[in-house]
Design a protein around this ligand. Structure first.
Ligand SMILES: [Zn+2]
Length: 142
């Protein structure tokens, strides 16, 4: 994924509920919320479990493994995210924990993409204050 120099990337809005998720990336960890009452794993972060309405949550570290649930390729500058050079692929990954995560995949072309492709997370240190979880095709079956 190639960034356009001089164009600042939009930053995630970090709040009380999602700060653990975003700050864990700096330590190259992917974490999800888990309801300590019913055990449901939740993404995106929220203050209350959507299954049982408990507010008792803990953070668990993800395996980092998932499969492609869906994807799209951005090829037009005007439709692309500011500061990212086209073409790039946006993926919806179904994680082994059962939650889905929107991200990008690298080192794969659109022609190579398929639903169910095994992928693994890696961390892209975009700048001093922004590290993002991204995905690549899993090289070894895990
Ligand atoms: Zn719950």
């Amino acid at each position: 994924m190639e960034y356009v120099k001089g164009v600042p990337l939009l930053r995630p809005y970090i709040d009380y509920d999602n700060q653990e998720f975003w700050l864990a990336h700096r330590e190259e960890k992917l974490v999800f919320q888990k309801c300590t009452y019913c055990g449901k794993i939740i993404h995106r972060p929220k203050p209350m479990c959507p299954a049982c309405l408990s507010t008792d949550m803990e953070w668990i570290e993800s395996t980092g493994l998932g499969t492609i649930y869906s994807w799209t390729t951005f090829v037009y500058d005007r439709a692309a995210y500011p500061g990212i050079r086209v073409p790039y692929i946006v993926v919806l990954v179904e994680m082994s924990e059962g939650v889905r995560l929107v991200s990008n995949i690298e080192d794969v072309t659109s022609e190579e993409m398929y639903i169910g492709m095994p992928v693994e997370v890696f961390f892209d240190k975009v700048s001093d204050d922004l590290t993002l979880p991204k995905f690549r095709k899993r090289k070894v079956k895990k």
